[in-house]
Design a protein around this ligand. Structure first.
Ligand code: ACM
Length: 613
């Protein structure tokens, strides 16, 4: 018997009727650029499926009508949409409705909640091949996501091959031709590509190539974390170079938006340089933040002259922030409303950082349009969640973001455009990307597409199995998760330094050359295997715990402590089940075992605590 259709994201309106019909074998296409729909469908002309749409364009525009309606009945199958983009979404839904050659009779009227439904990838830290990017775009289209934001430059890599400044490009970088191909590949699937050139911070490798763009000597870097180097934006030649570079970028990327970064500018170099300080006085700029705001005005104007709008990370919030700059929120719950109040459009990414190894429910619960107070409470609640106890002090470090600079009040607020899931790449390369991305992205995609009332995470999991093709083979390793938040990236020394409020260079366990080939690199952030104990009755649980105590442990030495903890936990559960240990004592002992073992968390132990409630 076919079950509930596994349509993800859940449509805005879906009514299932009795009966099923066989999948269409022929189609009649009525709309412009029909060959593109035909290429996707591959069905000969006929009456099984009617597809009708009114308009088409080569490149998806940010506010395109993506709605569609789908009618499946004994009388026929009809897909109708205003645009070709709605048709693509409708065909995706049709594919997801199919089970064993038939479709459920139904009526679906669907449209996205937000226009901007993005994914940010970071090929700067680890290069991602075009094949990997195309795979991501295909998966995004299946999830009805429509913006791929490429963070093309950072301290450790510069992936855009500039003709004017060839020394900028890292050995592994994309040619203009490759990027043009990628943009076209994405557009055919209804996905826009937004490039990011991050400045004036995160530019160590620009300065290694063109030292006169900075104010101090710098060496190229492979380490992670905020670097001291920043562009000398007081120098007109540097600003001219930036304009030249942006002109090249817009030649390749047709999207109306270009992301200019602006995050984590360590402005010590500006504070220390007599020339920059003289410039501040001449321009009547109070400090480094004011200089960045002034520079942003220059870049926004340059992009406007090129017919483009600028986006930047939320550090650009400033009383003198230029008009027309779209703000991407990432530093917690409060920068969204500061941006909107300042009249800036906003894209929400706090809550959707997929590099933090959070489980699905955390991202799913975060609504881009929720009242600020609810988002603040959700953040506070996270620090009390036992899953994050091991990093709660570090997470508290981010509370400072709530007190950052107020933005000006505009007479009319900006628009909430939507959201973007961000997968920063310090610990992500082509091989490790699938488990890291697809393990949580479907939940975020549903949050961006489906109505706000769709919040049942158990129902989401029921529609999930099609995405779980990244399972871990080893039975005991599959019960573990990587440590959360920035625990892996910072390591213990830097994590503790950050808790003390120190930020600058600390020894860290990883740099851009560290191979990502240990078990922790391939481990999904949330262990689905560990959840099985929640549904076990006592007999099944006892049987499972006996087996886990005996099954051979993986060979890696670094896994022995976490495996030992799981075995010990199984022993406690067995003692409890046979009456030798009171439940409350067993739970307390299990809780004590739930802590990091190197970079591993024994996820199953927390489920065992819950199971013994
Ligand atoms: C960021 O995460 N540095 C935008």
């Amino acid at each position: 018997m076919p079950g509930m259709p596994q349509v993800l994201p859940l449509p805005a309106n879906m009514h299932l009727h009795d009966g099923r019909v066989t999948v269409p074998r022929t189609a009649r296409l009525r709309g412009p650029q029909a060959s593109r729909v035909q290429a996707r469908l591959g069905l000969p002309e006929g009456e099984d499926l009617l597809v009708e749409w009114a308009s088409a364009s080569d490149y998806p525009q940010p506010e395109a009508d993506e709605s569609y309606s789908l009618e499946v009945s004994g009388a026929g199958i009809a897909l109708r949409a205003a645009t070709i983009w709605g048709v693509l979404h409708g065909l995706t839904t049709l594919e997801q409705l199919e089970e064993r050659g038939s479709l459920p009779c139904c009526r679906i009227d669907d449209a996205p909640r937000f226009h901007w439904r993005g994914v940010m990838l970071d090929p700067a830290r680890h290069f991602l091949s075009l094949g990997v990017l195309e795979g991501v775009i295909d998966g995004m289209a299946r999830l009805k996501l429509n913006v791929l934001h490429l963070h093309l430059t950072d301290d450790q890599g510069f992936r855009f091959r500039s003709a004017a400044f060839p020394a900028l490009a890292s050995p592994q970088s994309y040619t203009a031709e490759e990027l043009v191909h990628l943009v076209q590949f994405a557009a055919e699937r209804g996905v826009r590509v937004v490039p990011e050139i991050d400045m004036p911070g995160h530019v160590t490798n620009w300065l290694a190539a063109y030292p006169h763009w900075g104010t101090q000597p710098v060496k190229s870097s492979r380490r992670f974390g905020v670097h001291p180097g920043c562009l000398n934006v007081a120098d007109p030649q540097v600003r001219e170079a930036v304009r030249t570079l942006l002109a090249e970028v817009v030649d390749v990327f047709p999207d109306p938006y270009v992301h200019i970064g602006g995050d984590e500018v360590a402005s010590g170099w500006w504070d220390d340089d007599a020339g920059v300080q003289a410039f501040l006085r001449a321009q009547d700029l109070a400090d480094a933040r004011a200089l960045q705001a002034w520079f942003n005005g220059d870049v926004v104007a340059a992009l406007r002259a090129l017919g483009r709008q600028a986006i930047a990370w939320d550090e650009v919030l400033h009383p003198e922030m230029p008009a027309g700059l779209t703000v991407q929120n990432w530093r917690g719950a409060t920068t969204r409303d500061r941006a909107l109040a300042a009249g800036a459009d906003c894209i929400v990414s706090a809550g959707y950082y997929l590099d933090l190894f959070y489980p699905v429910d955390v991202h799913y619960a975060y609504d881009p349009a929720a009242p600020e107070q609810a988002l603040v409470e959700a953040e506070d609640h996270l620090r009390e969640d036992p899953r994050f106890a091991h990093v709660a002090q570090g997470m508290a470090w981010t509370l400072g973001w709530r007190k950052d600079m107020p933005a000006p009040q505009a007479s009319s607020p900006g628009r909430l455009l939507g959201g973007e899931a961000c997968l920063w790449g310090e610990l992500v390369d082509g091989a490790t990307l699938p488990a890291r991305l697809w393990s949580r992205l479907p939940a975020v995609a549903e949050r961006f597409w489906s109505p706000a009332s769709v919040t049942d995470v158990a129902a989401l999991r029921d529609r999930w199995p099609a995405w779980c093709d990244y399972q871990v083979d080893d039975e005991l390793l599959a019960l573990c998760e990587p440590v959360k938040w920035y625990g892996r990236l910072l390591g213990e020394v830097a994590l503790n330094a950050r808790i003390r409020g120190e930020e600058m260079p600390q020894a860290r366990p990883y740099d851009a050359d560290t191979p990502l080939n240990r078990p922790v690199d391939l481990l999904p952030p949330e262990s689905l295997a560990a959840r099985v104990v929640l549904d076990d009755d006592d007999a099944a649980l006892a049987e499972r715990c006996r087996r886990w105590r005996q099954v051979a442990a993986p060979a890696e030495a670094e896994l022995q402590p976490v495996v030992e903890a799981i075995r010990k936990a199984c022993g406690l559960v067995l003692e409890c089940l046979n009456g030798a240990l009171p439940r409350s004592d067993a739970r307390e002992a299990l809780r004590a075992l739930y802590r990091p073992y190197g970079e591993y968390m024994p996820a199953v132990i927390l489920h065992l605590v819950q199971r013994l409630q």
